[in-house]
Design a protein around this ligand. Structure first.
Ligand SMILES: [Cu+2]
Length: 233
């Protein structure tokens, strides 16, 4: 009886934790800032992939992984009147491609560009273009406050932990919670196993054991994932 309540508590808190972490991730980018940070990760993505900013805002691409990346504009995806831009500050897409690794941004380094002219700017990573490491900056009056959905949906659909330059505290918090949940579920499972081995005649609903097992495995997998992404970032 006590055990079943404990199990309900454990699974309930797991559900609560995963919901609150998603909310934390979604609220991660305040629309009022003038400098927007895009993470470049060892998963070979720009995070967020699409960002909407106001004219005059600066975007800063920060390499939070270990492998090198570039931020290289597609010359045919420049709004009219906008000049060519790329890490390395060369003057054309061809020259930037040919002279790479000039323009390479190594782990811990960053590249910033300020966008004055409205429109859409497509860009890519030279070494990882073939695996779709591409992104887009949308510059429009009002910035992200007008385009509500694009950046927040891409945030939640991307992986969970690696995207949180400002949210690693939330990630660590969730990891500790998941760890506690996993331990409590494993304790339930272990004590079930104990009474099974010791031949306790009291029969227990098998479903409790199965649920405990799967929740325990899910909790551990989540925990490993959180720890992995925290270490990588
Ligand atoms: Cu790259």
């Amino acid at each position: 009886m006590l055990r079943r309540h404990f199990l309900q508590f454990a699974t309930g808190s797991l559900a609560l934790l995963s919901t609150s972490s998603v909310v934390m991730a979604a609220e991660d980018s305040p629309p009022t800032l003038q400098t927007h940070i895009i993470a470049m990760t060892d998963d070979m993505i720009y995070d967020p992939k699409v960002i909407t900013i106001a004219p005059g805002d600066t975007v800063r691409w920060l390499n939070i992984g270990k492998m090198g990346h570039s931020v290289t504009a597609y010359e045919n995806e420049l709004p009219e009147g906008a000049s060519y831009w790329a890490s390395g500050d060369l003057t054309s897409e061809n020259e930037t491609r040919n002279k790479y690794p000039i323009g390479d941004i190594t782990g811990g380094e960053s590249y910033s560009h300020t966008f004055e002219i409205e429109g859409e700017y497509g860009y890519f990573c030279i070494p990882h273009e073939s695996i779709q490491m591409t992104g887009k900056v949308i510059v429009q009056e009002g910035g992200a406050s007008l385009a509500t959905s694009s950046s927040s949906t891409s945030k939640t659909s991307d992986q969970f932990g690696s995207n949180l330059p400002g949210g690693s505290v939330g990630g660590a918090f969730a990891a500790v919670g998941i760890l506690l949940t996993g331990i409590s579920v494993l304790l339930i499972f272990a004590s079930d196993l104990y009474s099974f081995i010791m031949g306790d005649p009291e029969t227990r609903p098998k479903s409790a054991r199965i649920i405990a097992f799967f929740v325990g495995v899910a909790g551990l997998l989540l925990l490993l994932f959180m720890i992995g992404t925290l270490i990588l970032s």
